[in-house]
Design a protein around this ligand. Structure first.
Ligand code: ACO
Length: 332
């Protein structure tokens, strides 16, 4: 049994925050941010907006493009590290999309989340009994950014993107090759730690003392240089492995679609793979790093703009916290 990608959708918050806006709250400038990252704007949740609503909108748009009814969806994978509910957001999202016959769960892998979701969806389909899987990549890292830290607050934005994957004959399989890897030794370079990890229950003379505070998370902590080095070194290798499994070379793909973290990372990976810039999809100037949403958001824009066409081969790669990274060579 194969899997084909037949629809995509996305949704972004209404509030736009430019580099100039950020220069009013931290010591930075549009020139510095644009030169070091390629980012000029990002969207951030505001007012009553929720990540759940964005996820639902993106999911509905993917179903609409795929012309699949919500009640024909069997599985919904919500790839997010920032669900509205610590216990997971997939069940409520699938209910609001109207997927009355589906089950769902969250996949937590930050910026690699969507690629892992895509691969997980195809494995479920391969196992049989599953026809339609809705994969939603969504994150609102703005909640965990220290807006006084110019080293991190300039990078991130909020968004949701989705893809509908459908079962098909093995000879039509749209997942041509993939590769996933993790290195927990690199976790120290990029994380968002629990802030009350030491506040565990204890007993004194048989009397339990409860933690003084409820569980919570701290701010995103990042060693930008190490993450940059990791990405530039391992992402091209990961794509090469996925291409090898697909029996393809870098020169034969139509598009390179990397997690939108930094234009210099994207350019360096393309250059190592010898892929010309006109085959590289990039929209991070407008949205910054939207974590698990970045790949489906960029794909959705490229498909709706008519750039990515039916039958095109895309090498996609996600990388980030964990450290985790993964690549998938897919046919649109
Ligand atoms: N504006 C102006 N100056 C700044 C800013 C800023 N926003 N941020 C840092 N600086 C200063 C620093 O203080 C430093 O000054 P100093 O030389 O006087 O000490 C100087 O600029 C250089 O700082 P570096 O941190 O060395 O800058 P670098 O060139 O490494 O760029 C950046 C920083 C953009 C963060 C880069 O390292 C990067 O993009 N790394 C990858 C990060 C990434 O992609 N993370 C997301 C992964 S995905 C996920 O899982 C969430």
């Amino acid at each position: 049994m194969g899997s084909k990608l037949i629809g995509c959708g996305s949704a972004i918050p209404s509030l736009s925050v430019s580099n100039d806006d950020l220069s009013k709250i931290v010591e930075t400038s549009d020139e510095w941010i644009a030169a070091r990252t390629g980012i000029r704007n990002r969207r951030v949740l505001s007012g009553n907006e929720t990540l759940r609503e964005l996820s639902v909108q993106a999911g509905k748009r993917a179903l609409e493009m795929a012309q699949v009814n919500a009640d024909d969806v069997d599985l919904v994978l919500l790839c997010t590290s920032t669900p509205d509910d610590l216990f997971g957001g997939a069940a409520r999202v699938l209910a609001e999309v109207g997927c009355t016959n589906a089950f769902g769960f969250d996949i937590t892998a930050a910026c690699s989340g969507f690629i892992l979701g895509l691969i997980t969806a195809t494995r479920f389909i391969k196992g049989g009994g599953i026809q339609n899987v809705l994969i939603i990549g969504a994150d609102a890292l703005s909640q965990f950014v220290d807006w006084t830290d110019r080293g991190t607050c300039i990078l991130f934005g909020d968004a949701a993107g989705a893809v509908l994957v459908q079962a098909c004959n093995a000879d039509e399989d749209g997942l041509l090759g993939f590769c996933v890897q993790s290195d927990g030794n690199g976790q120290k370079h990029l994380n968002c730690p629990s802030s009350n990890i030491n506040s565990i229950l204890s007993k004194t003379n048989g009397v339990p003392s409860f933690p003084p505070k409820k569980g919570n998370f701290s701010y995103i902590e990042m060693n930008g240089k190490e993450v940059f080095r990791f990405a530039v070194r391992y992402v091209p290798q990961s794509i090469e492995k996925a291409l090898e499994e697909a029996g393809l070379s870098a020169s034969s793909i139509d598009w390179l679609l990397l997690h939108q973290a930094n234009q210099r990372i994207i350019d360096a990976a393309a250059s190592r793979l010898d892929i010309p810039s006109d085959k590289v999809i990039s929209n991070l100037a407008n949205y910054g790093n939207t974590s698990a949403a970045s790949i489906p958001l960029a794909l959705d824009e490229a498909v709706r703009a008519g750039k990515v066409k039916t039958g095109n081969v895309i090498a996609a790669s996600g990388f980030g916290a964990g450290l985790t990274w993964g690549s998938a060579v897919v046919k649109w």
